[in-house]
Design a protein around this ligand. Structure first.
Ligand code: NAI
Length: 296
């Protein structure tokens, strides 16, 4: 039995994962991206990830095609959102782009449709203000990789009403996720707590308190974190870590959020972590070793 229709805007890292979990859980999904190539890439990734889940016995073989059949693709928002109940926006982290998209969604989606953003750091309250339905705008912050990670941070804008929050909570639970309600302040909870910890680890490295592996080992073995903070920074992308710190620094105007100059330099040098092959570590396929810049 199929459920309500949901639109996912942007089929990149997060968007294809979001479309994947909705389709797998019986929702009809319209997936929107800027080009046919981007959409084909997204569908290929979804198929690959569904196959991996089937191989691991998490889903049945038959679920793969059933989920794929529930996804239709569009290159224009106008046509895609006409009859949806929920939209989840997952385009790149650029405020002006998201404001434009929220205006377009507001003009084209049914008046009672809920408009959610997967943003990591842009104020939901500001996105809500760009629409004529601010009470129906909310943050639905999935974690990467979406099919695996249980948490959905549900971010209430200043204007979000209870009905919208409840609807999104129930939807997240129906996807097998665990929703947590958070108010709209810089970094929400996830990034407000995580990113300053990573920044502190980078400061400790910069000040020579310990080396890359030592810092990561202390946090892994001492605190039971699955990944050390420097490895995690490479995984997230150092440019993304810096951008979120800047949001926290701007938002709170407190020195404790000031980005470490080493992080700023690494971003300037294009050493962004796994996606560029080098950050605190250098990556060669699945292997990693400490970057020559930090070897003793
Ligand atoms: P991405 O760059 O992998 O994907 C963005 C997608 O949006 C691309 O496929 C791009 O072609 C598409 N796009 C660009 N302009 C568009 C438009 N006008 N209409 C439709 N599609 C458009 O980005 P990613 O990593 O998936 O991030 C998306 C959002 O999710 C961002 O707001 C980010 O902050 C947030 N986020 C990212 C996480 C991550 O680990 N990557 C974790 C949690 C949230």
């Amino acid at each position: 039995m199929s459920k309500f229709k949901v639109a996912v805007i942007g089929g990149g890292t997060m968007g294809n994962g979001i479309a994947h979990v909705f389709a797998l859980n019986g929702y009809n999904v319209v997936l929107v991206d800027v080009s046919e190539e981007a959409l084909q890439r997204a569908l290929a990734t979804i198929e690959k990830n569904l196959r991996r889940q089937a191989k691991k016995g998490i889903i049945q073989e038959a679920d793969i095609q059933a989920a794929l059949n529930r996804i239709t693709t569009f290159t224009s928002i106008e046509d895609a959102v006409k009859d949806v109940k929920l939209v989840v926006e997952a385009v790149p982290e650029n405020k002006q782009l998201k404001l434009n998209i929220f205006k377009k969604l507001d003009q084209n989606a049914p008046v009672d449709a809920i408009l959610a953003s997967n943003t990591s750091s842009i104020p939901i309250t500001e996105l809500a203000s760009a629409t004529s339905r601010p009470a129906k705008v909310i943050g639905m912050h999935f974690m990467n990789p979406v099919p695996v990670m249980k948490l959905v941070e549900v971010i209430r804008a200043y204007q979000t009403d209870d009905e919208t929050t409840k609807f999104v909570f129930e939807t997240a639970k129906d996807l097998g996720k665990v929703p947590v309600e958070v108010n709209d302040y810089p970094g929400f909870i996830s990034n407000r707590v995580l990113i300053p910890m990573i920044n502190e680890a980078i400061y400790a490295l910069w000040e020579g308190v310990a080396g890359v592996e030592e810092i990561d080992t202390v946090m892994k073995l001492g605190m039971n974190h699955p990944m050390g903070p420097l490895h995690l920074a490479d995984f997230i992308g150092l440019d993304v870590v810096l951008a979120i710190l800047e949001v926290l620094y701007e938002g709170f105007k407190q020195d404790k959020y000031a980005p470490c100059p080493l992080l700023v330099n690494m971003v300037r040098a294009g050493k962004l972590g796994i996606k560029t092959g080098e950050g605190f570590y250098v990556y060669n396929g699945k292997e990693k070793e400490v970057s020559p810049a930090f070897r003793k």
